[in-house]
Design a binder for this molecule. Structure first.
Ligand code: FES
Length: 109
């Protein structure tokens, strides 16, 4: 099924929605859909692309494309509450799930 992504700005205003595709990092997906998430190093080092995960954090995989080189918040089940969108993606099994998922991310910059 689908993973629907809602992006909010730092003031919690919803600024965009898109349906995710598997195999791309979240910053790439956002850019493909016209959403500007700042990216600098592209490798999980600088933190410029940091986003907070507000909902459905078990569909988000913080280390999908690389291991973050800075501490990030997670919940008691180790689901991410913060991600670096240049290296984060979605759990592949959620694309094959029987239900749709809505992931809400908040841009920090
Ligand atoms: S752009 Fe540097 S951590 Fe993502």
């Amino acid at each position: 099924m689908a993973i629907n992504v809602i992006i909010k700005d730092p003031q919690w205003n919803e600024i965009w929605q898109f349906t995710a595709e598997n195999g791309k990092n979240i910053a790439e997906l956002a850019a493909m859909h016209g959403i500007d998430i700042p990216v600098s190093c592209g490798a999980g080092v600088c933190g410029v692309c940091l986003c907070k995960v507000e909902q459905w954090n078990d569909a988000v995989k913080a280390d999908a494309f690389n291991s973050p080189l800075m501490p990030l918040k997670s919940d008691e089940n180790w689901n991410p509450e913060e991600i670096l969108t240049c290296i984060a993606g979605f759990n592949p099994e959620k694309f094959d799930d029987w239900q749709d998922h809505t992931v809400i991310l908040q841009r920090t910059y």
